[in-house]
Design a protein around this ligand. Structure first.
Ligand code: M7G
Length: 324
């Protein structure tokens, strides 16, 4: 079991990546973003300063393919604030009243970065994932899981290629923070692609287990307790060493339903209101461990409540079965 990668320093890691240090080809060649033709806005949030876009991009053969682009304004870095305030052009006064005034600042481009995620080519399922939709709560019994959900996820799920690329060290190798290489009880810990790694306030890592037969919470039994306790203890330890954040400041949880059916665990900074932490989706790893210690078959038996989007074919399956 070894802590992998360069010494702890988000900033240095970033410079590395900017210089082409990433081993998954990031930065090589022209970006498909340059040819992105906007089709529609799938969703946005003024509060989170994020927008999800569907567009078309020509692939290498010149055929038009679907693409999803996510643009997100990044959090402020305390070390840059002086440059933002004192920058050129000077702040423009918008209004002034008594002790109150508002300004518009136009910081230099290097202080005005936008985190951009591209999914290309994107499938219909990717587009739907980011399309804002009405959601409905489902109560899935163990039997519903076996009769309705399992056949559905076996027939159509997102590709796990990106997960296997990480486990096989074909992608994101230089981003690995920690690895326990045991094929049964081991995992790889690395930054989630939602995190730009510029500040720890919105820290977000994922632990991906080596074992490939566990799809989700539903497949867990007491035989997985060594794996789960390794993820919790060694994951927290590695994050404390790398980012100086203690276990008591981390939210460690699984999603049910996940988007990707290969067991993985989310680590987010407790003070960060990370997407996907609502009670109808997030299951704290420490609770999962305790439940399995009480009953090895806990997650095969219990009813789990979660939300499904209006256009999710799984919701239709539950409706067809008269379950909602
Ligand atoms: P999930 O619970 O299956 O679904 O989590 P969610 O995406 O709806 O939350 C999968 C996690 O893996 C998410 O937090 C994603 O941001 C993250 N993720 C997805 N992809 C495709 C990648 C990737 O290629 N690299 C990394 N590092 N993280 C990813």
């Amino acid at each position: 079991m070894a802590e992998a990668g360069a010494p702890a320093c988000c900033k240095r890691k970033r410079e590395n990546e900017a210089n082409g240090g990433s081993q998954d080809g990031a930065g090589a060649g022209a970006s498909p973003l340059a040819g992105f033709q906007l089709q529609r806005v799938l969703g946005d949030s003024a509060r989170e300063k994020i927008i999800f876009l569907h567009g078309k991009v020509n692939d290498e053969s010149g055929s038009e393919r679907d693409a999803v682009v996510i643009l997100e304004k990044t959090p402020f870095l305390a070390e840059n604030i002086t440059d933002v305030l004192h920058g050129d052009p000077a702040p423009q006064l918008q209004m002034s009243n008594d002790v109150y005034s508002t300004y518009s600042l136009r910081p230099p481009s290097q202080l005005n970065e936008i985190k951009t995620t591209l999914i290309f080519p994107a499938t219909e399922k990717h587009i739907k994932k980011y399309l804002r939709q009405e959601v409905f709560l489902i109560q899935e019994t163990g039997e519903d899981y076996r009769n309705i959900t399992l056949p559905f996820i076996e027939s159509q799920s997102f590709s796990l290629q990106w997960v296997y690329n990480i486990l096989e060290k074909k992608a994101e190798l230089d981003r690995i923070v920690y690895e326990n290489p045991s094929p049964t009880d081991g995992f790889v810990l690395l930054p989630d692609f939602k995190w730009d790694q510029k500040q720890v306030d919105n820290l977000y890592l994922i632990a991906i287990c080596h074992i490939r037969t566990v799809k989700s919470l539903r497949d867990l039994s007491s035989e997985h307790l060594p794996l789960l306790t390794n993820i919790l203890n060694e994951g927290q330890d590695a994050i404390r060493k790398r980012y100086a954040i203690s276990g008591s400041h981390l939210r460690v949880y699984l999603h049910y339903q996940p988007s990707y059916y290969h067991l993985h665990v989310h680590f987010t900074a407790l003070g960060y209101d990370a997407p996907g932490t609502s009670v109808e989706r997030a299951h704290l790893l420490s609770d999962v461990i305790q439940n399995l210690q009480l009953d090895s078959q806990y997650y095969q038996k219990r009813t789990i409540t979660y939300a499904l989007r209006a256009d999710d074919p799984l919701l239709q399956k539950f409706r067809d079965a008269g379950k909602c």
